[in-house]
Design a protein around this ligand. Sequence first.
Ligand code: CP
Ligand code: NVA
Length: 341
Amino acid sequence: MNTHFQGKSLLKEIDYTPSELYTLIKLAEHLKYLKKHNIEHHYLQGKNIALLFAKTSTRTRSAFTVAATDLGAHPEFLGASDIQFGKKESLADTAKILGSMYDGIEYRGFDQDIVDGLAKYSGVPVWNGLTDDWHPTQMLADFMTIDEVFGHIKDITLTYLGDARNNVANSLLVTGAMLGVNVHLVGPKSLQPTQKVQDIAAGYAKESGAKLLITDDLKAGVQGSDVLYTDIWASMGEEDKWAERIKLLQPYQLNMAAVKATGNPNTIVMHDLPAYHDLNTKLAQNIHAKFGLSEMEITEEVFNAPFAKQFQEGENRMHSIKAILAASLGNLFIPALVDPE
Ligand code: CP
Ligand code: NVA
């Protein structure tokens, strides 16, 4: 029995050590190999997993569902309007019941307190599938993708452009700092991470040697970057903020000029998705009608470029979520942790 992972929750990245996170990334790469070669990996036979979603999802929901099924477990989707929680039943009572029936719980929603409370009261591992503050399972897929493309993660420089204080930006800053990846967050001063998040990241960077930069200067931020990353300008729950965000964030669009400004011919582009790069969604059409924009955080040209890796990254959500499920519930023998390299 391994003592590092069994029974542990993933509520935010710092619940794990840097070596534990990198070991999960390596386990995800191994599980991807098994899946591609049709090698069975039923480490969670007979387990039941609850999937609670208070916000919508394509990737995270599908990744948990397929990963659990591939591992031999049964996933059960419990959408916000399907269950008593939030209207008729408290967090503590819900958690106690779910913990008595399920072996693990995924939660996606608004307050970090809810996912923390589920872990506290349920007594089973809880995995954060995105809150307003953090998106930890996204990080496993993102740094796994960087590891696959470059063959290592240490000393890579990742620059994030846009809303630099949302869940994805917070998580990139802290996880990069933990793993020895240089992270630049580039966005207007009013959309930069809180001092608390910056302090957490700075503490880890001192240990790992990662160089962190938070700036509103795009040219300085992107220079020399190996990875350019962006995310939606208004996250779930911020639908009333489009007008102000468009004004603030248009200069930070991930376009060909930003790619060229890296000065690095081997730069790749990443996006957690969904992305607003064309007019093929209702949201993009509404924005176009109201503000005249036909592309938002990433241009169509960059999104479709051969160096854009967002679909590899999206697929990796499944392999990496499978790693965290298997490691925390599967009694896997993991002989030694792998230090980030
Ligand atoms: N990246 C991500 O979390 O996608 P979904 O919202 O589709 O789950
Ligand atoms: N920042 C985005 C991420 C979506 C996967 C949001 O919270 O809506």
